[in-house]
Design a protein around this ligand. Structure first.
Ligand SMILES: NC(=O)c1ccc[n+]([C@@H]2O[C@H](COP(=O)([O-])OP(=O)(O)OC[C@H]3O[C@@H](n4cnc5c(N)ncnc54)[C@H](OP(=O)(O)O)[C@@H]3O)[C@@H](O)[C@H]2O)c1
Length: 332
């Protein structure tokens, strides 16, 4: 298969290209090259998709499949125009495309947000509408049989630069408090749903090989927060105490949820957000998505975090000092 990855220099695109090379495909990655290098065995073509004619270097290729990780509607509208001779187009979308993040168990037929009209998404608030606009451009140009929309849920595992899936195994492996205590939020039954980047990438390549059409929630198994933490503790061999704080107490001290600095990652207490971690992935599983056990994902995330240096500034979670202070406040 002659595969064009629009991207391939960052996390997921790189992993997709790597899998495809490993399976013996002829892989080209097209990007600016600012986010990193492409995997060994793949060719790199320097393009700038913000340039209206930026795809000219790859437009003439006879691509069996194109994979696109963009989030800018204008980039995708121009790509489907310039690559219309490709046999197949797979777009990486997101669960953020859905209009309602509250109810659990929703499948691919759940209503979507209105699409973004503009070509450029300039704030992350427009991320969901931008992904919907990208999806529409792809399906309009290629039709449902020659295109696939993979709506990814939270992606985790080795290389997770957002710091979300590495936080808990790393924290359990290196508790900030000499007692070994780790601060966790209340909410054992809150859902979490993580797909390993390697599982997602492998399935994307398979779908390109099969030229599979349709829309799929490309998501992991939904597990309770308590289950997720238990898996992270097993991986980190943590046997110290867990110290639980409730949402009100944590919020009052400026501790955030889900992601970002001074947060407890993956924790999402708002009932209007529970559904984003509890979507149905049945259609994708029926279509060949294979999910590894969560422990393997967290083990690889931990290994990656350790290799980056556990004390480096991270994009998500509490610093060791922040956690120690909060634990002291709770015990005092
Ligand atoms: N992380 C999650 O949990 C999560 C959840 C749901 C969905 N997703 C989706 O998963 C995908 C993640 O993909 P990723 O990790 O490979 O990519 P990414 O971090 O979103 O990077 C974007 C890619 O596009 C390239 N790019 C950006 N601007 C460009 C331009 N003007 N011209 C040419 N290339 C450009 C970048 O390369 P250069 O900078 O080198 O040009 C990079 O390879 C995204 O579609 C994201 O929306 C992620």
């Amino acid at each position: 298969m002659k595969l064009l990855v629009l991207g391939g220099t960052a996390w997921l695109g790189h992993e997709i290209a790597r899998h495809a090379v490993e399976r013996g495909h002829d892989v080209t990655c097209a990007a600016r090259g600012r986010s990193g290098a492409v995997p060994g065995g793949a060719s790199f073509v320097d393009i700038d998709r913000d340039d209206r004619e930026g795809l000219w270097r790859v437009a003439g290729g006879r691509w069996d499949a194109v994979v696109d990780v963009s989030l800018q509607p204008g980039q995708v509208r121009r790509a489907v125009r310039d690559l219309r001779n490709a046999r197949y187009y797979l777009f990486i979308s997101s669960g953020s495309a859905y209009a309602d993040q509250g109810p659990a168990g929703q499948d691919e037929d759940a209503p979507l947000l209105p699409p973004l009209d503009a070509d450029i998404m300039d704030t992350m608030e427009a991320y969901g509408p931008a992904k919907v606009a990208c999806e529409q451009a792809v399906v309009e140009a290629f039709g449902p049989a020659r295109s696939m929309i993979a709506r990814a849920g939270l992606i985790g595992g080795p290389g997770d630069g957002s710091g979300r899936t590495g936080y808990w195994p790393l924290r359990f492996a290196h508790p900030s408090d000499p007692s070994g205590a780790v601060l966790i939020p209340e909410g054992p039954d809150l859902p979490t749903q993580v797909i390993d980047v390697r599982d997602l990438a492998a399935w994307v390549v398979t779908c390109c090989q099969e030229q599979r059409g349709g829309v799929y929630n490309a998501m992991g198994e939904s597990r309770s927060f308590a289950d997720h933490l238990a898996a992270a503790r097993r991986v980190a061999r943590h046997e110290g105490p867990l110290v639980t704080a409730d949402a009100q107490w944590l919020h009052a001290r400026g501790v955030g949820e889900w992601a970002g600095p001074r947060s407890l990652p993956l924790w999402l207490s708002d009932p209007d957000c529970q559904g984003m971690n509890a979507r149905s992935n049945k259609r994708a599983l029926d279509a060949g998505l294979v999910l590894r056990p969560l422990e393997e994902t967290l083990e690889a995330a931990l290994e990656w975090e350790e290799a980056q240096g556990p004390d480096r500034p991270r994009r998500a979670g509490l610093t060791r000092d922040e956690e120690r202070e909060l634990l002291a406040a709770l015990s005092g």
